[in-house]
Design a protein around this ligand. Structure first.
Ligand SMILES: [Zn+2]
Length: 285
């Protein structure tokens, strides 16, 4: 799954290459890619045609392009394997090309949604008064959002009967933190993933949020280096970040802090990677 930094790289690419352009034609090449647009592919294409794309926006892992003329938004779901590509109009079609958007200008490029597994897709949604697509109105702000409320997050952590990694992945509390970045931030914070949050102190929450932000910002800096080309891409991998990982994927390798072999444990159909020495499990209650 793409995480926030990957989605932000795509957002920046869209802002640079398609914002302000007017849609000329829309080809829906696979109905599954627009299944979240409940009125269907022909309606999707007809409504989008002729509209000017606004500046791409993101909240957590959700990405959308405002369509100010109709107070709606084009929402992109990247799913497991979705890619939004800006390609020269004469480039050969990708094997898994699902939607093509051509523009009414002579810049010579088009927007393509490519998705091998077709878990992702595109859809149009009315905006809330705040300008969010209505279907994501319940998604919390992400920690890189200047309006993220640290004090409210701390209060919510204390009130919920939950554990710290569950809380980090709860999109109604904090959005955009996925499995990889949660493990990295917990390692930096020396917190075991099953640590209950009810007893968190203000400094502990502040330290955790600081590490979450650092991990994401560093990934963003590295991901941002490769997008100067005309290729807006997310492929669900965090490959560019692999060299910097301290926890995720490092089972049996020495902890970068204390040298103890790292462990992997099954966790909610995924894995959690941690150092058994730096990140002590909570005592059973
Ligand atoms: Zn360690």
């Amino acid at each position: 799954m793409p995480e926030l930094p990957e989605v932000e790289v795509v957002r920046r690419g869209l802002e640079r290459w398609v914002s302000g352009r007017t849609v000329d034609t829309v080809d829906v090449l696979h109905p599954r890619a627009v299944r979240r647009h409940l009125a269907g592919g022909p309606d999707f294409a007809a409504r989008l045609t002729g509209l000017r794309l606004g500046t791409a926006m993101r909240r957590g892992k959700y990405l959308w392009i405002p369509l100010d003329e109709i107070s709606a938004s084009l929402l992109g779901h990247l799913g497991m394997s979705g890619q939004l590509l800006v390609q020269p109009s004469d480039a050969p079609d990708e094997k898994h090309l699902r939607v093509r958007v051509r523009f009414a200008d002579d810049l010579g490029t088009e927007l393509r949604f490519v998705d091998q597994r077709t878990f992702g897709g595109l859809s149009l949604h009315d905006n809330t008064p705040e300008g969010l697509p209505d279907v994501i109105a319940h998604i919390a702000r992400d920690p890189l959002d200047p309006a993220f409320d640290d004090a409210a997050f701390h209060t919510a952590l204390r009130l919920r009967r939950t554990t710290v990694k569950r809380a980090l992945l709860d999109q109604s509390l904090i959005s955009g933190v996925g499995n990889i970045y949660a493990d990295e931030a917990l390692w930096r914070s020396r917190l075991h993933y099953e640590r209950p949050t009810a007893a968190f102190t203000r400094p502990r929450t502040a330290e955790l949020l600081g590490h979450v932000r650092d991990v994401m910002s560093e990934a963003l800096d590295q991901g941002g280096t490769s997008f100067d080309s005309l290729y807006v891409n997310v492929n669900g991998e965090s490959g560019y970040f692999d060299r910097s990982l301290d926890a995720y994927g490092r089972e049996d390798q020495p902890c970068h802090r204390c040298g103890t072999p790292m462990r992997r444990r099954p966790w909610m159909n995924r894995s959690s990677y941690y150092c058994p020495r730096c990140q002590r499990p909570p005592r059973p209650a």
